[in-house]
Ligand binder design. Structure first.
Ligand code: CAA
Length: 389
């Protein structure tokens, strides 16, 4: 019998500030229904000047290390598409912040929003070779688009950290996964840009066809038929995208799904992302956290997951929820991370946006803004200096 491998603990984090879409719509002279209904977003997390993907990652990961310690921690895999350095892995900053063992392998992975799913599969492979190993995967991103573009309303930021182990307490990975990769110019960020270049229309159609192709591969490899799943977690650049993708998948298989059916299949997965905005690599795992926290009793249920990263790679895979999983969730702290953000007005948002532009400063002291447990205190001689509170 093969060893069961999967998610043993799951923890999340987001930024200090939040911008309501109602505020954005008001300043744009737009009907807020475009955001609330059209793209399915109500608010987006906005980073403080002393927050970045490292502080979000540390905030998400610290409670996991507090609960489980770092014994047998084989690897820390940080997935991000908004990395702070072209060479050094963001996870190495966690070494001092989280007191990681020197015997832990630390590496950063990138393939747009898909990276954390690759990390999860790599973690499962490491553990299959040696079941005592545990791997900490951290998905952490800050989604910034050019101001005054259609994509501006799909910004956001968050991190999801999960401990992957044998005999997991929360969800066990199923062995089949369907893959789709193709060279597509729907969304990318050249090294010299702070914001991505995006063809919004193409990104949506690419996501839809990638979903279909990844599921086709999943079925051809012996995966479950759609009817067997209790729920579907999709990557959510905006929550209506999950509805579009699921509808497309059901329709291409001859279904005529109503809104009610779609909501039954994925409504509970959208609760957090609707309020956080796009968190790129973390988005799929925040969909899973929302489902587990808000989706009723799922013990023993098979859950489908669709990971999509522009450029593009998609993976359709599945897990089953473990009996007793609720005892291991972090529902109260997940809800608190959302409700404790400080709402900001439009002018403050524009000011913070400008402050978040990387520039080329090699020396900079960050003003103290965040009330989170970790902050970026300064950049000194090109070194990023973080502090734990
Ligand atoms: N009331 C209700 N709905 C309204 C409305 C109103 N008053 N006004 C507009 N809408 C609806 C529109 O009908 C449309 O719905 P449908 O898609 O169902 O037709 C929806 O609101 C969006 O409106 P637009 O079509 O006018 O779209 P837009 O020009 O605002 O752009 C976008 C939307 C392309 C998603 C843009 O926000 C964007 O480029 N975002 C970034 C890219 C992105 O998120 N792509 C997703 C796939 S790629 C991916 O997943 C990777 C990733 O994370 C980036």
């Amino acid at each position: 019998m093969t060893t069961p491998i999967g998610i043993h603990d799951l923890s999340t984090a987001t930024t200090n500030y939040v911008l309501e879409h109602a505020t954005l719509a008001h300043h744009q002279g737009r009907d807020v229904a475009k955001y609330h209904k059209g793209i399915g977003q109500e608010a987006m997390s906005i980073p403080a000047p002393d927050e970045d993907i490292v502080t979000l990652a540390a905030t998400a990961a610290a409670p996991i290390l507090d609960r489980h310690g770092s014994n047998n921690l084989d690897s820390v895999l940080v997935a991000t598409e908004t990395g702070v350095d072209q060479s050094k892995a963001a996870g190495l900053h966690l070494h001092s912040l989280l007191d990681l063992p020197r015997t832990t392998r630390v590496v950063e992975l990138k393939q747009a929003c898909y990276g954390a799913t690759a990390a999860l599969q790599f973690a499962a492979g490491l553990i299959a070779c040696e079941p005592r190993r545990r791997v900490l995967v951290i998905a952490t991103d800050i989604a910034r688009y050019d101001l005054d573009t259609p994509a501006e309303a799909t910004q956001g930021a968050a991190a999801a950290a999960f401990l992957v182990s044998a005999h997991p307490a929360i969800a066990q990975l199923e062995p089949v996964s369907g893959i789709y990769s193709a060279d597509i110019g729907d969304f990318w960020r050249p090294n010299y840009r702070d914001t991505p270049v995006v063809d919004g229309g193409l990104s949506v159609t690419s996501y839809l066809s990638a979903t279909n192709d990844a599921f086709t591969d999943y079925r051809e490899k012996g995966g479950r038929p759609l009817e067997q799943f209790a729920a579907f977690c999709y990557h959510q650049p905006f929550t209506e995208m999950a509805y579009k993708a699921h509808k497309h998948l059901l329709q291409t298989r001859g279904g005529t799904p109503t809104r009610e059916v779609l909501t039954g299949d994925l409504g509970a997965t959208t609760g957090y992302n609707r309020l956080l905005g796009n968190s790129y690599t973390a988005s799929l795992y925040l969909a899973l956290a929302s489902l587990l926290d808000r989706g009723g009793d799922l013990a023993g249920a098979p859950i489908a997951l669709l990971s999509y990263g522009s450029g593009a790679v998609a993976e359709f895979f599945s897990c089953t929820v473990m009996p007793g999983y609720r005892d291991h969730l972090r529902t109260a702290s997940n809800e608190h991370m959302i409700s404790s953000r400080k709402p900001i007005g439009y002018h403050k948002y524009r000011e913070l946006y400008q402050a978040g532009t990387t520039g080329s400063e090699s020396n900079r002291t960050m003003p103290e803004h965040t009330e989170g447990p970790f902050r970026l205190a300064a950049i000194d001689g090109h070194h990023r200096l973080y502090e734990a509170r």
